[in-house]
Structures are given as structure tokens and as C-alpha cells.
Design a protein around this ligand. Structure first.
Ligand SMILES: NC(=O)c1ccc[n+]([C@@H]2O[C@H](COP(=O)([O-])OP(=O)(O)OC[C@H]3O[C@@H](n4cnc5c(N)ncnc54)[C@H](OP(=O)(O)O)[C@@H]3O)[C@@H](O)[C@H]2O)c1
Length: 279
């Protein structure tokens, strides 16, 4: 059976660099996916020009029909896959004009609910001993949530996926009543990535018996459209540690920083001791 890897949201930015590096390092078929087929084909063309050969498939992770079509295609063509990298994501920068509730709902929809929905639908297609890598962020560190009570609930060892979804709904209700700041903080992106990390650890436990390792990674401050061109690392640099973790993780349930440091999710904020940023 051919080895297969899939990267969501990979027509540009970090996702594109992840596909590029997989094409170089992974002995199998690499799927570059994009919600827009023109952007996806253009991205594939760029890689073909440098003699790399990704396959393209259209995939919008917020669209159930698109997910079903993709899964049917992969199932019929390959049966199962080895590597899933959940990279697709959105961020509203601080000065974004959209209303706060819209920002919160959209951010959670793409970064959390759709990531979970797509991953759950893909689970029957992940080979035993395969890997799932969630592209998280420094924003996914538990310390970014101000309320001790919320931190405890979101990191509870017996947390279920339904509990986690309910917690996210609670957050949305707080945004509706303008009461989220003290409990959750002011950033929907932080809430979405903290939830992605909680999901990562939960899923890793559930898949342990199949040898599937589920990890999450902070790729660094990567220059991309998401940051409007700001950042301290190129997408190619940002892709190095994630691809190592997707190809050959020493374990599952890990939260790894862009320099390869293994970070305790519930420890001190690593931006202080790794990036020298004091918040
Ligand atoms: N850049 C950073 O400093 C940084 C730091 C930490 C973590 N990250 C994470 O790294 C990942 C990639 O970010 P980036 O910086 O490369 O951002 P980017 O350049 O904006 O790329 C985001 C990608 O996600 C895709 N996407 C958005 N919504 C989607 C959907 N519904 N279905 C499928 N794809 C969708 C975008 O597609 P379109 O082109 O169609 O919009 C694009 O391909 C994100 O998860 C982000 O949170 C980035």
C-alpha cells in the first residue's frame, strides 16, 4: 500500500511549506489541499516547477459536502493514509473591523469545530501507527486563559469531546454578553488554539491502542498572510519541526515548540523561557 500524507489549507503560507518539505522528506503521495481549486492548482504548479509532485484535491474543512467528497475519494483511491496535518486556520488581527461576536464564531468554526469535525471523519482512514499533527500556536498554551477555573475544566483528565464543545459554546455565550475578558481573555484565537491542544491530548489517549500518535506544535512566528507579512521565520523554517513531528514523533500527546522544545501545556508560559518575550 502506498504511503499517503494530507495537509489542510496548504495553498500558501506554512501549509504550502509543509507540503514542500513532505514532498522532499516523505516517501509517498502528498496531498496539497485548498478550499479554492484555482489557488490549489497554482500552488501545485509552483512545486512541480521545482520537480516536486504533490497531488491536489479541493477541501474546505468548514463544508460537510466537501469533507465527504474528499474522504470518499481518498478511501477509494488509497484506502488509508499515514499522516494527517491539520494546518488550515484563521486569525483576526487586533485592528480587524469585524464585530467581536463574528470574529469569535468564525475563529472557533475554522480553527476548532471544523478541525475536529474533519479529523473525526478521517479517523477510520488513518492507518494504525499513523500520525496526526495539529498546527497549534503559542496561543494554545493553557496559561493564556486567565481564569483558573476555566483552565482546570479545559485540562481535566476526564474531559470528553462533548464537554470541550460545551465549553466553547459557553465562551461564545460570554462573548454575546460581553463577559469573556476576565474568564477567557480577549482573543478568540487563543481560545480556539487552547481547545485544539485539549483535543489533541484527548484524541491521543483515545487512539493509543492503535499506535496512532497525535501531537500539536507551535511553528514559531511565521511570515505569512495571516500575520500580514510580520514574523521572525520563513514558512520553510517554520515547517522543519512540524514535519519531523509528523514523520517520526517519539511519542503522542506532545506539545512541541518551534525550536523542538517539549513544552508542558499546563506549565509556565514558554514565550518567557524560550522566546524571551515577557508578557
Ligand atoms: N503565521 C504564524 O505566525 C503562525 C503562528 C502560530 C501558528 N500558526 C498557524 O499555522 C497555520 C497556518 O497559518 P499561516 O500563517 O500559514 O496562515 P495563512 O497564510 O493565512 O494560511 C492559512 C491557510 O488556511 C486556509 N484556510 C482557511 N480557512 C480554510 C477552510 N475553511 N478550509 C480549508 N482551508 C482554509 C487558507 O486558505 P485560503 O488561501 O483559501 O484563505 C490558507 O491556505 C494556522 O493554523 C495558524 O493558526 C501560524
Amino acid at each position: 500500500m502506498t504511503d499517503v500524507a494530507v495537509v489542510t489549507g496548504s495553498n500558501k503560507g506554512l501549509g504550502f511549506a509543509l507540503v514542500k518539505r513532505l514532498c522532499e522528506k516523505f516517501h509517498g503521495i502528498v496531498y496539497l489541499t485548498s478550499r479554492d481549486s484555482k489557488r490549489g492548482f497554482e500552488a501545485c504548479k509552483k512545486l512541480k516547477e521545482i520537480n516536486l509532485s504533490p497531488q491536489f484535491y479541493e477541501l474546505d474543512i468548514t463544508d460537510d459536502k466537501s469533507i465527504t467528497k474528499f474522504i470518499t475519494y481518498i478511501k477509494n483511491k488509497h484506502g488509508k493514509i499515514d499522516i494527517l496535518i491539520n494546518n488550515a486556520g484563521v486569525l483576526f488581527l487586533k485592528d480587524a473591523p469585524e464585530p467581536k461576536l463574528f470574529q469569535a464564531e468564525q475563529t472557533l468554526l475554522v480553527n476548532f469545530y471544523s478541525l475536529v469535525n474533519f479529523t473525526e471523519a478521517m479517523l477510520p482512514l488513518i492507518k494504525d501507527n499513523g500520525t496526526i499533527l495539529n498546527i497549534s500556536s503559542s496561543s494554545g498554551h493553557l496559561s493564556r486563559i486567565p481564569s483558573n477555573c476555566i483552565r482546570q475544566r479545559i485540562s481535566a483528565p476526564d474531559l470528553t469531546l462533548q464537554n470541550l464543545k460545551d465549553l466553547m459554546q459557553e465562551y461564545i455565550e460570554c462573548v454575546k454578553t460581553n463577559t469573556e475578558n476576565e474568564l477567557w481573555g480577549s482573543s478568540p484565537y487563543v481560545v480556539s488554539k487552547v481547545a485544539v491542544n485539549a483535543y489533541t491530548f484527548m484524541l491521543n489517549k483515545a487512539l493509543k491502542s492503535k499506535g496512532i500518535r497525535v501531537n500539536c506544535v507551535h511553528p514559531g512566528y511565521v511570515i505569512s498572510d495571516m500575520t500580514h507579512g510580520a514574523g521572525s521565520a520563513t514558512p520553510e523554517e517554520g515547517a522543519v519541526v512540524p514535519i519531523q513531528l509528523a514523520l517520526d514523533p517519539e511519542n503522542g500527546g506532545l506539545y512541541v515548540w518551534h525550536d523542538g522544545t517539549l513544552v508542558p501545556w499546563d506549565g509556565p508560559d514558554p514565550r518567557g523561557y524560550i522566546d524571551n518575550i515577557h508578557c
